[in-house]
Design a protein around this ligand. Structure first.
Ligand code: MSK
Length: 630
C-alpha cells in the first residue's frame, strides 16, 4: 500500500508560518495577530459572570458585588448566559435545516434541485406515517417538506424524530420534561426565560438548555441531515484528499466555505461543466479545482469526493496561498476577516446568503430558484479572475493526505456488516459492531466533534486524542472540523490502521475502513444520534450503558454547546477541552458536570489538560464495560 506517515502539527504550523510570510509582504492581518491583541481575555466573560441582558448594567459579579442590580446572583447569570449560548446554537443549526427543507420544497424533475435518494424520502415518510403508495416522488417531496417545515412551529406535540430514540430514552425525556416541542418554540422560550425578570434558577435554565439542544439534535439538525441526503444523496465511502496541498497551482481554485450544501453542490456541478472547463483553459488555466473549508467542505467531500483544503482556522490560509480565485461562502463559521484579507490578494470573496452578509464581499444572493444561474456566474467570475493572480505571491504548501470519507449511518451499517457477515447476507443492523465491542476487539467508540479554537494549539488535541484512542482499540466517528483535522493528519487513510491496537487493526482490515470514520458536518452529529439509538436497540443496552463517549476538545461556537447538550441529554457522557464560560457558578458547573446525570444518565467533563482528557475518556469507556460485564 506504499509508505505511510502521519502529518504532524509541527508540519502544519511550518506551512502556516510560510503563508504568514506572504501575508506580511502585502500587509495582511491574521487571526494569530488578533489573538495577541485580545489576550488576556476578560475574566468576567470567561467565568460567565457578566450580565448585559438589561440596560441597568452591564453587571459583573465579584466577591464585593455578589449580585447584579436586579439581585440576580452568579448562578442565575451563568445559567442564563449558558442557555442563551445554547439557544444561539440551536437556532443556527435548525435554521440551516429549515433552508434544506425549503430547498426540498423547491425540487422539480427539471429544476435546479432534484430528489437524489428517493428510497430515503420514502423511508422517512413511512416513519412519519405519510402514505407513499402511488405518489409521484416530487409530490411526496413537497408534502414532506411542508411537514418538516411544520416541525419548526408545530402547535402541539413533540418533534417527530424523537420516535427514533429507544423507548428508555424517550421515557427519560418525558419524565424530565425535556422533550422538544416546536423547534422555534424552544429557541424562543429560551430567550423568554432569560429575559430580565424571568428565570434565575440554575435547574430551570439548564433543563431548558437540554431541551433546546434536543430540539436541534433530534429536530433541526436531523432534518438538515436527512433531507440533505434526500436532495444530494446519502453518503457512501469515497476517496478524497485533505490539506492545503489539494489546491492546484495551474488551475482556477474555487474554495467553498460554510455549511449549507445547497450552494456548494451547485458550484461543484458547474465547475465540472465541460463548457466551464474549456473557458478556464481559454483563460490560461489547466482546469478548475474546487476544494472546501469547514462543514461545507465535509458535505461535498462526503458526497462527491471534493478535497478538503482545511478546517476552521485554515480559512485565512487558503487566501494566503495567493492561488485562490474565489472563496464562496454560505453561512456560519466564516471570519469577517476574509473580506479585508481577500483585498490584499486577487481573491474574490463571494457571500451568498442573507443570513451571512459581510463587508468587502461580492454579494450574490442564492436561492433555490436562481441557484444554477448564480453558481454559473460565480464559477465564471473565478475563472476570469485567474489572470489577476500575482505570481510572486503564489505558494501552495505541498502537504496533503489521502482520506476515505462518507460514513453515513447507512454506510457504517453496511460496511461493518462485512466484519462478521462477509460470506452471508447483509443483515442491515449494528449487531456486528456490538459483537466486536462485546468480544473486546473494539473496546468502545468516541464521537470526536467540534471546531478549532486558538485557546488550544490548533489540531493538537484532535490528533493527539485520536491517536491514543485508536492505539487503545477505540474506534472513532468524527464530524466537523475534528474530522478535517483527522483527515489532514492522515488518520482517515486506511493505512492508519497500522497505528491502531491489534483488535481495531483487525476490524479495520476486515471491513476495509480507516480507524477514524468521517460522519460529516456539524449538523451530521444527528447521524451519530441515529447510530447510538440503533446500537441501543440492537444490543438491548440503554444508550447511557454503551461504551461510547463524545468529545469536543477544541470547540468554540454556540452550536457546539447546543450539540453538547443534546448529546448529553441523549445519555452520552461528553468531554470538553474548553471551558463553557460556566466556572463562575459552582451550582451551574455542578449541574453540568454531575447533577444532570440524575436527570439524563450522562453529564459533561471539562478538562483542559489533553493527556488527562483522553485518560478520562478511556477510563469512562472501561467503567462502562465493567458495568456491562464485558
Ligand atoms: S464548521 S461549528 S468550526 S466544527 Fe461546522 Fe467547524 Fe465548529 Fe464551525
Amino acid at each position: 500500500m506504499g509508505e505511510f506517515k502521519l502529518t504532524t502539527v509541527e508540519e502544519f504550523e511550518a506551512a502556516t508560518n510560510r503563508l504568514l510570510e506572504t501575508g506580511a509582504k502585502v500587509g495582511a492581518d491574521a487571526y494569530q495577530f488578533r489573538v495577541k491583541n485580545q489576550t488576556p481575555h476578560c475574566k468576567f466573560g470567561e467565568q460567565g459572570v457578566c450580565c448585559r441582558i438589561c440596560m441597568m448594567g452591564p453587571c459583573r459579579i465579584t466577591p464585593k458585588a455578589p449580585r447584579g442590580i436586579c439581585g440576580c446572583d452568579a448562578h442565575g447569570i451563568v445559567g442564563r448566559n449558558f442557555l442563551r449560548f445554547t439557544a444561539g446554537g440551536a437556532a443556527t443549526h435548525s435554521d440551516h435545516g429549515r433552508e434544506i427543507c425549503h430547498t426540498l420544497y423547491c425540487t422539480a424533475p427539471d429544476g435546479n434541485y432534484k430528489v437524489k435518494d428517493p428510497e430515503k424520502l420514502i423511508r422517512i415518510a413511512h416513519e412519519w406515517g405519510v402514505e407513499t403508495e402511488g405518489k409521484d416522488i416530487y409530490d411526496l417531496a413537497h408534502e414532506m417538506a411542508v411537514l418538516a417545515l411544520g416541525e419548526y412551529g408545530k402547535v402541539f406535540g413533540f418533534q417527530n424524530f424523537l420516535k427514533r430514540a429507544p423507548k428508555h430514552t424517550q421515557e427519560i425525556w418525558e419524565r424530565e420534561e425535556i422533550q422538544p416541542r416546536a423547534i422555534d418554540r424552544e429557541v424562543s422560550c429560551s430567550l423568554h426565560m432569560t429575559h430580565m425578570g424571568c428565570s434565575s434558577k440554575p435547574e430551570a435554565l439548564i433543563r431548558q438548555s437540554l431541551r433546546a439542544g434536543l430540539s436541534d439534535g433530534w429536530g433541526g439538525s436531523m432534518a438538515g441531515t436527512e433531507f440533505s441526503d434526500v436532495l444530494f444523496g446519502t453518503p457512501k465511502p469515497i476517496d478524497t484528499e485533505a490539506n492545503l496541498g489539494v489546491m492546484v497551482e495551474e488551475n482556477v481554485n474555487i474554495v467553498v466555505h460554510g455549511h449549507d450544501p445547497s450552494l456548494s453542490e451547485m458550484i461543484c456541478e458547474y465547475a465540472d461543466d465541460p463548457e466551464m472547463i474549456a473557458y478556464a483553459k481559454e483563460m490560461g488555466a489547466k482546469g478548475i479545482t474546487v476544494s472546501g473549508v469547514c462543514c461545507t467542505s465535509n458535505e461535498v467531500a462526503m458526497r462527491r469526493g471534493i478535497p478538503m483544503a482545511g478546517n476552521f482556522l485554515q480559512q485565512e490560509n487558503v487566501i494566503l496561498t495567493g492561488a485562490c480565485e474565489a472563496i464562496v461562502v454560505d453561512v456560519q463559521c466564516i471570519f469577517p476577516a476574509i473580506g479585508p484579507l481577500a483585498k490584499c490578494f486577487h481573491t474574490k470573496f463571494v457571500t451568498t446568503s442573507a443570513i451571512a452578509q459581510m463587508p468587502e464581499s461580492d454579494y450574490i444572493r442564492f436561492s433555490p430558484e436562481n441557484a444554477g444561474e448564480n453558481a454559473k456566474a460565480i464559477v465564471k467570475m473565478a475563472i476570469e479572475n485567474f489572470k489577476n493572480r500575482k505570481p510572486e505571491l503564489v505558494h501552495i504548501p505541498q502537504m496533503k493526505q489521502k482520506a476515505t470519507v462518507g460514513y453515513s449511518f447507512e454506510a457504517i451499517v453496511k460496511t461493518l456488516d462485512t466484519v462478521t457477515n462477509s460470506q452471508v447476507d447483509v443483515t442491515g443492523t449494528t449487531k456486528p459492531l456490538i459483537e466486536c465491542v462485546k468480544s473486546g476487539v473494539i473496546r468502545g467508540a468516541v464521537a470526536m466533534v467540534g471546531c478549532n479554537n486558538p485557546k488550544v494549539r490548533p489540531d493538537t488535541a484532535h490528533i493527539a486524542l485520536m491517536k491514543k484512542l485508536i492505539e487503545n482499540d477505540i474506534i472513532i466517528v468524527a464530524s466537523g472540523c475534528s474530522a478535517q483535522a483527522a483527515a489532514k493528519a492522515g488518520l482517515m487513510d486506511k493505512r492508519a490502521r497500522d497505528i491502531c491496537g491489534a483488535g481495531l487493526k483487525r476490524v479495520c482490515q476486515l471491513a476495509d475502513i480507516p480507524p477514524v470514520l468521517h460522519m460529516g458536518s456539524c449538523v451530521d452529529i444527528s447521524r451519530m444520534m441515529v447510530l447510538v439509538a440503533e446500537l441501543s436497540k440492537d444490543s438491548g443496552w440503554n444508550i447511557s450503558e454503551l461504551p461510547v463517549v463524545g468529545c469536543a476538545p477544541e470547540w468554540m461556537s454556540e452550536k457546539a454547546v447546543s450539540i453538547g447538550n443534546y448529546v448529553v441529554a441523549t445519555g452520552i457522557d461528553t468531554f470538553l477541552g474548553v471551558d463553557p464560560y460556566a466556572s463562575g457558578s459552582s451550582e451551574v458547573e455542578g449541574l453540568l458536570q454531575g447533577g444532570i446525570r440524575d436527570w439524563v444518565e450522562a453529564c459533561y467533563t471539562v478538562e483542559t489538560d489533553i493527556d488527562k482528557l483522553v485518560d478520562k475518556m478511556i477510563d469512562r469507556i472501561e467503567e462502562k464495560r465493567v458495568a456491562l460485564g464485558i
